[in-house]
Design a protein around this ligand. Sequence first.
Ligand SMILES: [Cu+2]
Length: 140
Amino acid sequence: MRKFLGLTAVLLAGLLFVGAAMRAGAQSKAEESVQVVEMTAKKYNYSPDEIHVKKGTRVQLKIRATDRTHGFKIRLFPEGAPEKGEPGLRMADNQNNFKLEENQERTIEFVAERPGTYTFRCSVFCGMGHRGMSGKIIVE
Ligand SMILES: [Cu+2]
């Protein structure tokens, strides 16, 4: 009986270990498919202002406004495509316009569903060059 209990314990420990290892594997796989892009926003540009991602990638833009409050508004449909049907970018929190408070990093997450060029621009008036403050995400 004691031998049986001992064997059961060993088996259980083995199963728990395998389970934990599998979970860890799945987690790191999910993390691998996230593309993180560190960005800054200041009068009157984003850096980088052209970002290339592969179709199907989950993207996290980590943006910090360094000189004052700016905004980030992205068109969810590719250049030249009408704004109807399923968007080409699937935003994690269902919005496409964000306020970037000075010196606070903001994470903007989306999945790049469709190839094309997606333009973004500043959505908080920041001065003379505000209208020209823009960039693009190219999904390949
Ligand atoms: Cu602006």
